[in-house]
Design a protein around this ligand. Structure first.
Ligand SMILES: [Zn+2]
Length: 648
């Protein structure tokens, strides 16, 4: 089975009216050029979301203006040149086939088969339980059987709700409420998972070594189906620069299978005229590599087959530079010690502001952490963080008890830690607090006691979030108190109450610590997402360090915007130092250059290792180092954008 290292992905959704598909395509020039970029894995369309094929099909519809077998020629050339090729199929969208077989498309509650807004590829989507299912499987098998390919990628397995007669019949038979949108959406997701698994089974019968990749509907349900996961993120459009960090810290915890990090050469999908600055593309790929992901660059194939020299020049420059560090990226795994526990759906993980804030806060604090759900093992972590809204199920309670029994720490915030009914803390004795209901202060302020107030201004500080009331049980320390405002914000019939200064410190806890459990009454991660309050990050950091002062990495003279990630290979640890700052320009965040930083001190915990050499990759320039109290310390004189420091 091929292990993708440097991948390229081409979108090639070509409107039926394009009259000259493939007319200029020089397959040898194209494959020679991508080979020169160091690309070992190419994902290319066998059939696009317009429902048109780029190979000689007996089952589907070939693009009407394509005069030859484009995919076939490509597979021959890739095979000759040692480039592994994966065939792309769009499952959720297939416009031409949906038009010819209207009973293959999804049907909505209002009886329409077209979706709004009209001007997206998702205007006509496909039902995974209709005749389309067999048709798609037959096409995938046709390509897998007739061409030399290394893999199959199935895209857009999205849970489009469908109440067509076939789906309604199955839902009725399963006792599902086919009138409830949530139920229908869940059914659609299950149908997508079933289709993904069935396609994989059929493909593996033809070639057991075939790589299988599905985009959507989930990662956790496809753990035994996919050969690798691909995280698709274009920060300049849909996801912004907080999306990839969440996914990078999460997906890698699910298994040992490779994770690809697909960014794009453009600003958004469908953007044929966009070419992102070199540093924008490179910084994304480096972020992935620093977190154990392999790079993948998305682009558009020009339907005529024009060789896009400017794009390939940029890709070549980026890939060649990154490849000089390959010996330190190869099979390197992230080394982590803290977990943000977020046992929610993939939809929630992808979109959660709370999770983005927690990931941002820990990254700014240079902590080495993962994002985990119930699908991962939590036993290796020193600290578990439950951000804002994690109610405790039986499984969570069991895991947390084991964690605390081992003398390790927990930090929870807001309603996290409450039982499912939200009536009491699930582990009241361990938390050392009683749940007393919602806190009504709006706005709520807090003051911190002497033990944990380092670096905080001595004044009531805003929490920028809602919270609960706590009663500290005997033996529990109240480390911060809530401060009541004069009035709550609101309209009282006469006045708009908008000026609501703090009035008095109350006895109500804002932060309690009992043994190794800290609890914040308010949703400080929501507050951090809302206002980026440096004080909220500071109090969180003070609590974290009170529990866990010997963190894996310690830095001095390193700006907050910089990031530090640690990966490991046998006998060495790699410290990835980032200094890129996305700037919001109008509607779009952008990175155009790295920021130069100087005289950065980095200390890495030895963990029973004796590092005998510290150097900068790839030139292997030795850095002076010393050993201090369980750490190895070095100084990086100058770094711009990215540096890779190796402790060997
Ligand atoms: Zn259906």
């Amino acid at each position: 089975m091929h292990h993708p290292k440097y991948s390229l992905f081409y979108d090639n959704h070509t409107m039926k009216a394009v009259p000259d598909v493939g007319a200029n395509f020089d397959v040898d020039a194209f494959t020679d050029r991508i080979k020169r970029c160091g690309v070992d894995y190419l994902i290319f369309h066998a059939r696009c979301n317009q429902g048109l094929a780029y190979y000689d099909t007996k089952i589907g519809t070939k693009h009407p203006s394509l005069a030859y077998d484009l995919f076939g020629k490509l597979s021959e050339a890739c095979d000759k040149k040692g480039i592994a090729l994966a065939a792309y199929f769009n499952a959720g969208i297939s416009s031409e086939e949906g038009l010819r077989h209207r009973d293959w498309t999804t049907l909505y509650f209002d009886g329409r088969s077209l979706r709004e807004p009209r001007l997206t590829p998702h205007v006509r989507t496909m039902c995974y339980n209709s005749g389309y299912r067999d048709h798609l499987m037959a096409m995938v098998k046709e390509v897998a059987g007739n061409y030399r390919i290394a893999g199959v990628m199935i895209d857009c397995l999205i849970n489009y709700p469908c109440v067509c007669p076939v789906c309604v019949k199955e839902m009725k038979e399963s006792g599902m409420d086919w009138t409830d949108l949530n139920v229908v959406t869940r059914f659609s997701k299950a149908s997508a998972v079933r289709l993904a698994k069935d396609i994989a089974t059929e493909v593996k019968k033809i070639a057991p070594d075939m790589l299988i990749s599905n985009n959507y509907p989930s990662y956790e349900e496809l753990l035994d189906t996919n050969s690798y996961f691909d995280v698709v993120c274009l920060p300049a459009s849909e996801g912004n620069y907080d999306f990839l960090p969440v996914m990078a810290h999460y997906v890698r915890t699910l298994s040992d299978m490779p994770v690809l990090n697909m960014t794009g050469r453009f600003y958004e999908w469908g953007d044929f005229g966009g070419l992102l600055p070199e540093e924008a593309i490179k910084s994304e790929l480096l972020y992935g590599l620093a977190n154990g992901m392999r790079p993948n660059i998305g682009g558009h194939f020009h339907p005529r087959g024009d060789l896009e020299v400017a794009v390939l020049d940029r890709i070549e420059k980026i890939y060649k530079e990154i490849q000089t560090n390959e010996e330190w990226y190869d099979n390197a795994k992230a080394v982590t010690e803290i977990a943000v526990v977020y046992p929610k759906s993939i939809h929630n993980i992808k979109g959660s502001e709370v999770l983005r804030a927690a990931v941002r806060m820990l990254s700014e604090l240079k902590q080495q952490f993962d994002v985990v759900t119930l699908a991962s093992d939590w036993s290796k972590y020193e600290v578990l963080i439950f951000p804002d809204s994690i109610l405790f199920t039986e499984d969570i309670i069991k895991r947390v008890k084991t964690h605390l029994d081992e003398g390790k720490a927990v930090i929870s915030t807001g309603i996290s830690g409450l039982n499912k009914e939200q009536t009491a803390f699930a582990l009241e004795r361990e938390w050392g607090v009683k749940y007393m209901g919602q806190n009504e202060y709006d706005p709520a302020y807090f003051v911190v006691g002497d033990r944990l107030n380092q670096g905080l201004p001595e004044m009531p500080l805003s929490l920028y979030s809602s919270g609960i009331e706590l009663h500290a049980l005997e033996g529990t320390r109240v480390e911060a108190n809530l401060v009541k405002p004069y009035q709550n914000r609101g309209w009282d019939g006469t006045y708009a109450i908008v000026y609501t200064p703090p009035r008095e410190i109350t006895s109500k806890p804002a932060l309690t610590i009992n043994g190794k459990v800290a609890h914040f009454s308010h949703e400080i991660f929501s507050g951090y997402f809302e206002k980026a309050s440096v004080e909220l990050r500071r109090i969180f950091s003070n609590v974290l360090h009170a529990f866990f002062s010997e963190t894996m990495v310690k830095c001095e003279n390193l700006p907050i915007f910089a990031r530090v990630f640690v990966t490991g290979q046998p006998n060495r640890r790699m410290v990835h130092l980032f200094s890129y700052v996305p700037e919001t320009r109008g509607k779009t965040p952008m990175i155009e250059e790295g920021v130069e930083i100087h005289h950065v001190t980095i200390m890495i915990r030895n963990d029973n290792k004796t590092f005998s050499k510290v150097y900068l990759a790839p030139e292997k320039r030795n850095l002076p180092f010393e050993r201090i109290q369980g750490y190895t310390k070095t100084i990086v004189d100058r770094s711009k954008g990215y540096s890779l420091i190796v402790f060997e």
